[in-house]
Design a protein around this ligand. Sequence first.
Ligand code: DAT
Ligand code: MG
Length: 138
Amino acid sequence: MTMQTLVLVKPDGVRRGLTGEVIRRIEAKGYTLAQLKKLTATREMLAEHYAEHEGKPFYEPLVEFMLSGPVVAMVLEGERCIEGFRSLAGATDPTAAAPGTIRGDLGRDWGAKVQENIVHGSDSPESAAREIGIWFPA
Ligand code: DAT
Ligand code: MG
């Protein structure tokens, strides 16, 4: 099966008008955009999506942030696109993320309880399958 990954342009990225820039980088890298939509998440979707982080100090701020506006959800396809998109995205902390990456070039610390870092990308084939099911239910 073709490898797929779930990418979100988070509410900060959509608000700041960076959706096109994120898609430009994905297309320039050579991945295929298989599915794309703009939507506002629900608490239920985010509880599933971020289940691994429940109980952490940034969990509630993360959910509130992800509910703060629409996101653009995408399914990318391509050989090794899971690790490839994580590499394009850069490190979680946008202050430390390398220049050249989405988070390093476009993100910064705004002093909030959760890091606002423009994009989400699945971190494993298992996460990708699970997350695609949440954002693009059959
Ligand atoms: P990633 O999005 O790089 O996979 P993650 O899954 O560990 O990172 O965390 C999900 C999001 O939560 C992340 O994109 C930003 C936020 N976050 C993670 N760790 C944090 C921390 N220590 N303080 C504040 N926000 C954090
Ligand atoms: Mg993660």
